[in-house]
Write a protein that binds this ligand. Sequence first.
Ligand SMILES: *Cc1c(COP(=O)(O)O)cnc(C)c1O
Length: 373
Amino acid sequence: MAHDIERSKLQVEQTEEHKPLIPLKELTFGKHFTDHMLTVEWDKQDGWHEPHIKPYQKLQLDPSSTVFHYGFECFEGMKAYKDDQGHVRLFRPEMNMERLNHSAARVGMPRFNGEELLKCIVELLRLDERWIPMERGYSLYLRPTMISTYPTLGIRAPEKVLLFVIACPVGPYYSTGFKAVSLLATSDYVRAWPHGTGDTKVGGNYAPGVLPQNIALEQGYQQNLWLFGKDEEVTEAGTMNFFMLWENPSGRLELLTPALNGLILPGITRDSVIQLVSSWEAEMKIRVIQDKITMAEILQAVHEDRVIEMFGTGTACIVSPIKCIGFKGRDISIPLDPQDFKSEAGHLTKKINQAIMDIQYGVVDHPWSRIVF
Ligand SMILES: *Cc1c(COP(=O)(O)O)cnc(C)c1O
């Protein structure tokens, strides 16, 4: 029988040279990696091999490996947080494991036992603990990745795979308070389509996003807003899920986000925002609705002053307020917080950010935050 990943088989080779830590102020996202990495190989015959933790190092791959030719690749993004007591925490990590399995299966790669991989990741965190910053807003970003190392130019399901996890310390997305972004909305390019791969984190979804992103940058926007179809349905903001707080046409307060229809990446932050704001319904009178949002509805609502806040969500930023959408040669302004001119985020946006950070850093007890040691 083919084997699954097992923590009990983990082999550890510690590094002899510890790299100097990067001063917190000098952290740039995804540039500085910790001392160790986790690797697990898989082949069709034997299944998952024993996991290894070893010094962070280069990979040696056959140039014919199908990851290079056909993009057999998928990945995750998650963070480890250190709380005030020095405990290390993960935020809903079982969801990252589930999603990696889902992405892997979509590109013909094998599934694995998520809880066992998590136990191995925890061992990596123990060895690299000095890299996990303690300050609120700082964390250790984890990048589980799966690639096909199957050496063939034939297009078929990989018979050899490498799963690896690397880690890099990251700083707060906003060091000096929220900065709202402006987005360029166009239908010139589409990110995802029905029955495609938009609901998976496969590498092939991201490289094609760079051209529209660059076009947005050239025109003075920070990111592109992905639209889909004749109705110019809003799907995602760059690589973030999209949310809008508005008064719907019948005057009800709603937090609206596109439904998971296959075009939307099922963000863990998205799900957390939906659950948190739903739990505040009695207090805040905001109903959470997952439904289609079209540019026509947004234009009309902005025109009638019914849009209250707009933001994107993702692990990197938690929330990213949106202040402007460029669309068909016009700029549509989105309100920020009228009560607080210094802040570029609305009241609900700030409240969500605070609530999620309090859970991640263990300021409040919540089942979403898993203490790992
Ligand atoms: C990863 C990702 C998100 C955010 O997902 P989280 O789990 O909240 O980090 C949103 N959209 C896209 C396209 C993504 O790749």
